[in-house]
Design a protein around this ligand. Structure first.
Ligand SMILES: [Fe+2]
Length: 193
């Protein structure tokens, strides 16, 4: 028997077919009003962190709120209310990327891919969060077993959402084709801490 101790949860939510285009169109309509040039050398355009206040996206956030609370319950929390603290979109052009980072002042973070994905490099890579594990001997670079991987890349499809602990380090590989748009968010338990 092998026990799995201290696992890191990644909640994957897939937008159902009947809502995928509806949500995609909502973002298509709204995002152009929000994107602005960044001073960040690895991302061309970003929105402010207030997308969750855009009334045109209301239906999406109501649905997302419900799906995240379902996932949180499965993890064993009894949190009935969550609060979107930040939500912003990134538009990255060819060769742009996001370095490894985590999200401060938050509980859970997530990323949503509203549009069709043609770029095979769109995956998000998560890194082993256990500092003590750097002393471990691994079978070899590239090992992808649950107990032997030092990082893991998830390949999203249109409508995929990943929700993960905000402290978890993650990065995004350089864009190979044209452009890539993703929507990120931070949430905290409702009612404050
Ligand atoms: Fe991030």
């Amino acid at each position: 028997m092998i026990h799995s101790l201290f696992p890191t949860p990644i909640i994957e939510i897939n937008t159902p077919e009947n809502l995928k285009d509806t949500f995609s169109n909502m973002f298509k309509d709204a995002l152009d009003d929000h994107f602005q040039d960044t001073t960040n050398s690895t991302i061309s355009k970003q929105t402010l962190s207030n997308l969750h206040h855009d009334k045109r996206l209301y239906k999406f956030f109501v649905w997302l709120d419900m799906k995240i609370r379902e996932g949180i319950k499965e993890l064993g929390y009894s949190v009935d209310v969550i609060e979107f603290r930040d939500c912003w979109a990134n538009k990255m052009l060819k060769n742009e990327y996001v370095n490894s980072h985590n999200h401060s002042n938050s509980w859970l973070s997530g990323v949503y891919y509203p549009f069709e994905i043609e770029d095979i490099s769109s995956g998000i890579t998560f890194f082993d969060p256990r500092p003590a594990n750097t002393t471990m001997i691994f079978p070899g670079a590239g090992s992808k077993g649950d107990f032997t991987a030092q990082d893991k890349t998830f390949e999203p499809k249109q409508g995929t959402i990943y929700v993960f602990p905000s402290w978890l380090w993650h990065s995004v590989r350089p864009v190979i084709k044209d452009e890539r748009i993703s929507v990120s968010f931070n949430i905290v338990p409702g009612g404050g801490l």
